[in-house]
Design a protein around this ligand. Structure first.
Ligand SMILES: Nc1ncnc2c1ncn2[C@@H]1O[C@H](COP(=O)(O)OP(=O)(O)OP(=O)(O)O)[C@@H](O)[C@H]1O
Ligand SMILES: [Mg+2]
Length: 247
């Protein structure tokens, strides 16, 4: 389980995250929602130390980090080995085939046997619906396919948590759907995930837990049904704007 307490992050004068405390349960999907600029990416990136908050604590099972103290490279490596980040822009290696992209981490970082890693990569590719794309290069993939390769690549590392920051915001709706289906399947298999998204229908379907962030503050922390049925006027108006209900 990942837990944060009193996390504070400033960018110069801007107080991007203010005393954020919450938990990200294991084997569940936590979705982070909120308006643009509210601090969602900063929060997610703080969890794998791509951002360094000034203060607060981070607990990951028996690992405890005090953000206000120096953090060793060993600790950063430890957190990054146990988590995987999937970005909006896929970040595949263009000079490697799909298969090579997927086995790169297992072979070079985890030191797995290449044959075993290749066998696993084929299984994962089949699972994300790309069994026939092992030998092509990323440049020949659609955005939706590229993002599924990025997801396959993170699954191949068997991380405890996968973090996804707006994984479908660069995609057309039809391509988005194929990625969302894969994520729903992975969620069903109880992979621990933390997802930032602007897609309310997807959030409602995939999330076990919702965090709503606004102006760097955590304004909702609870279960998905409670979020979508809340009386809170601000949350209702956010959801309705995001789903065009007010048109
Ligand atoms: N590296 C940075 N330097 C300065 N300010 C930053 C930096 N990164 C983020 N910010 C600011 O911190 C605030 C939160 O940014 P963040 O990227 O976390 O928002 P977000 O909720 O992910 O927004 P979006 O939905 O647009 O992705 C914003 O006001 C942003 O401009
Ligand atoms: Mg963001």
């Amino acid at each position: 389980m990942i837990k944060i307490e009193n996390l504070d992050k400033n960018f110069a004068e801007h107080h991007a995250l203010q005393a954020i405390s919450t938990e990200f349960p294991e084997h569940k999907t936590t979705v982070i929602l909120g308006p643009s600029g509210s601090g969602k990416s900063t929060l997610l990136r703080s969890l794998n130390l791509l951002e360094r908050p000034e203060s607060g604590t981070f607990t990951f099972d028996d690992l405890k980090i005090d953000y206000s103290q120096p953090i060793t490279d060993q600790t950063i490596l430890n957190v990054r080995r146990r988590t995987e980040m999937v970005f909006q822009q896929f970040n595949l290696f263009p000079h490697l085939t799909v298969l090579q992209n997927i086995i790169e981490g297992p072979v070079h970082v985890l030191k797995h046997d290449k044959d075993a890693a290749t066998k696993q990569a084929h299984e994962i590719l089949a699972k994300v619906g790309l069994g026939d794309k092992a030998d092509v290069y990323p440049s020949s993939l659609s955005g939706g396919q590229a993002q599924r390769v990025a997801i396959a690549r993170s699954l191949a590392m068997h991380p405890e948590y996968i973090f996804l920051d707006e994984p479908t915001s660069a995609l057309d709706p039809e391509l988005e759907l194929e990625v969302l289906k894969v994520l729903l399947q992975i969620a069903k298999e109880q992979q621990s995930m933390i997802i930032v998204t602007h897609n309310m229908a997807f959030a409602q379907k995939v999330a076990d837990k919702i965090l709503f962030v606004e102006d760097g503050q955590l304004r909702f922390d609870g279960d998905t049904d409670a979020f979508f049925n809340t009386d809170n006027e601000r949350i209702r108006s956010f959801v309705s704007a995001m789903t065009f209900q007010s048109l």
